[in-house]
Write a protein that binds this ligand. Structure first.
Ligand SMILES: *Cc1c(COP(=O)(O)O)cnc(C)c1O
Length: 383
């Protein structure tokens, strides 16, 4: 059965973005592709497949259920790391399958240790250190306990990483806080080495930190938003292009979102369109009804604000975005027919609607808009 809209993901755009990442990362820095939140709305299953084709061999997710989805989608032998919540009920599965786990509570070490003893496999862990975000991360007394536990059970643990996360590297207003975190991380690195624990790699950077604070790249970077072709913030984009003396955007958007026209109607001057009195036709108009609404992830706050592309031209959303439909003004656009393509995000002819233009109107972060795209919209891989 066909869905009322489709999300397309472009393998050539992804390949381009990965090459771009490799061009600015320091030599030897590994990329972990962050695919939490259904690969930022791109769809874990198709995205993981094309990312592997582009050479990615490490994926990061938030939770073990996502790790399970990635594992199912893998064609090769990429590694999978859980940066957030590992439900204790699933840790046995994780250890058996070599899933890498963040440890920010010592209970996780206990559970992983039992699972390792049971399965005969090492628990692969990354110690997450609190450096100033005050979210998840081991503080000094937890670190001491973790060190003791790991040393007493050396044969069951593989300490693959030491890591932390920055509290807003996409904004210069957090500059001092980030610098403090970098220093703090260095301290903890030394503390651990002194205690006789040698993590195989250090990783701290997300997309914004990789660009704004290159020292944070260390052995591996955890890249989400940039690989999808979007910037963590306008500031990060300006920071990057300023350094390059080239103001063009080096990224390509991977995702497009499209639907088609279900009905066309003439509206007389003076009539209201859709529910209530939100939109009054000031002249005779032609409008197109589109089978996508807020239940499909198109924000209601784009009522009377959003733009779509039809026949290569911009058409404004008029009236309220309904649960399943929206209405666009196609007055003056020639030859529009039922079934014609409607682009919500992406390109049509020479025109583009970017996620960022969208998010300015709806006051959502680009991250939020993507992450909220419903899982049940079909994803299609295109070149
Ligand atoms: C989401 C996340 C990232 C990736 O962030 P981007 O800004 O999308 O690159 C990196 N590290 C952690 C811990 C995260 O939660």
């Amino acid at each position: 059965m066909h869905s009322t809209s489709t999300i397309e993901i472009s393998i050539s755009a992804l390949r381009h973005n990965i090459r771009f990442l490799q061009s600015f990362l320091r030599p030897g820095v590994r990329i972990s592709s962050v695919v939490k939140a259904n690969a930022y709305g791109h769809g874990i299953e198709p995205f993981v497949g094309i990312a592997e084709e582009c050479g990615i061999d490490h994926f990061s997710v938030f939770s073990l259920d996502e790790a399970y989805q990635v594992k199912k989608a893998l064609k090769n032998h990429a590694e999978i790391m859980v940066m957030g919540w590992s439900n204790p009920k699933d840790i046995e599965w994780a250890v058996e399958n070599g899933i890498e786990l963040y440890v920010f509570e010592n209970e996780t070490l206990e559970t992983a240790l039992s699972a390792a003893k049971k399965s005969g496999k090492n628990a692969v862990i990354h110690l997450e250190i609190e450096t100033g975000m005050n979210r998840t991360g081991l503080v000094d007394k937890d670190i001491r306990k973790a060190v003791a536990k790991i040393k007493a059970n050396k044969e069951y643990f593989r300490v693959k990483g030491l890591c932390t996360h920055y509290s807003g590297a996409e904004s210069i207003s957090n500059y001092h806080r980030i610098q403090h975190q970098i220093r703090k991380f260095r301290q903890k690195q030394r503390l651990l080495l002194k205690a006789g624990i040698l993590p195989e790699q250090f990783h701290t950077a997300c997309s914004a930190a990789s660009i704004a604070y290159p020292v944070t790249q260390m052995d591996m970077v955890r890249i989400g938003i940039l690989q999808y072709g979007l910037w963590p913030s306008p500031e990060t984009f300006i920071h990057f292009t300023h350094q390059q003396n080239d103001r063009s955007d080096p990224l390509k958007r991977v995702l497009s979102w499209k639907s088609s026209i279900m009905s066309i109607k003439e509206v007389k001057e003076g009539e209201f369109v859709s529910y209530g009195t939100n939109y009054l036709a000031k002249t005779d108009m032609l409008v197109a009804i589109i089978p996508t609404g807020y239940s499909h992830g198109y924000s209601r706050s784009l009522s009377n604000q959003g733009r779509v592309l039809i026949k290569g031209q911009r058409a404004g959303i008029i009236g309220l975005v309904n649960m399943n439909m929206m209405i666009a003004d196609i007055t003056g656009i020639d030859d529009v027919k039922i079934g014609d393509e409607v682009v919500f995000i992406g390109k049509q002819g020479d025109r583009v609607i970017s996620v960022s233009s969208f998010t300015e109107f709806s006051d959502q972060l680009n991250y939020e808009l993507l992450a909220r795209l419903p899982q049940n919209i079909p994803r299609k891989i295109v070149d």
